[in-house]
Design a protein around this ligand. Structure first.
Ligand SMILES: Cc1cc2nc3c(=O)[nH]c(=O)nc-3n(C[C@H](O)[C@H](O)[C@H](O)COP(=O)(O)O)c2cc1C
Length: 189
């Protein structure tokens, strides 16, 4: 049987650390065929806020290593967004990629309020994996909220998320007892 393809937008600078162990566990269990994009290696600017995109059908003006990623993300059926928690949020390079996706968002306004949609057609199921040292659960909703916002702006569907066990105390590379929770979190993905 042909494997289901999944695009992994991988956010840790440590390519074989905790985040990778959890991503690999899901890929193996679900027999996915992954394509990894190591976001920390991409040479790209952050969003410059020029709004060129809004007058040009979602085309981002700066041309760099984010440029080919737009089509890759647009055309992917399934995407795993995986990153370690840094300061209760995304690693900087990951946030930069998310900010650049603003290009495909489509703002409309009634003069009092802005409404956000997308230049992209509906698609892209997204599953989020966050590894962290020992964060307090209160920080989870803000990360999920940011991803939900990104899903609206890219017309993608958030299919679930998984926050790791506390990796300061729990060796996710050796102890796979979290796997059933991970698979349950990804059941709709
Ligand atoms: C710059 C930096 C900031 C971090 N901030 C947090 C944090 O706010 N909360 C937390 O629980 N862990 C934090 N951590 C720990 C990492 O999220 C954790 O070790 C993660 O599992 C690392 O994943 P990796 O091995 O894939 O890089 C931080 C680590 C670094 C290097």
């Amino acid at each position: 049987m042909e494997k289901e393809k999944v695009l992994v937008l991988f956010g840790s600078p440590r390519h074989n650390g905790n985040t990778r162990a959890i991503v690999d566990a899901l890929i193996e269990a679900r027999n996915f065929e992954p394509e990894f994009v190591f976001v920390n290696q991409l040479n790209m600017k952050g969003c410059q806020g020029c709004l060129y995109c809004q007058a040009h059908g979602g085309e981002c003006k700066p041309k760099d290593e984010m440029t080919p990623l737009y089509d890759k993300i647009k055309n992917a059926k399934k995407i795993i967004m995986a990153f370690p928690m840094f300061y209760a949020s995304f690693p900087g390079e990951y946030k930069r990629m998310i900010d650049r996706l603003f290009a495909v968002s489509h703002m409309e306004t009634d003069g009092k309020k802005n409404y956000y949609g997308s230049f992209w057609p509906k698609g892209r199921d997204i599953f989020v994996i966050v590894s962290h040292g020992n964060s307090i659960e209160e920080v989870y909703p803000s990360i999920v909220k940011s991803i939900r916002y990104m899903c609206i702006e890219t017309n993608s569907t958030l299919k679930g998320w998984y926050f790791s066990p506390p990796c300061d105390f729990f060796d996710v590379k050796k102890d796979k007892s979290y796997l059933s929770d991970l698979l349950e979190a990804a059941r709709d993905f």
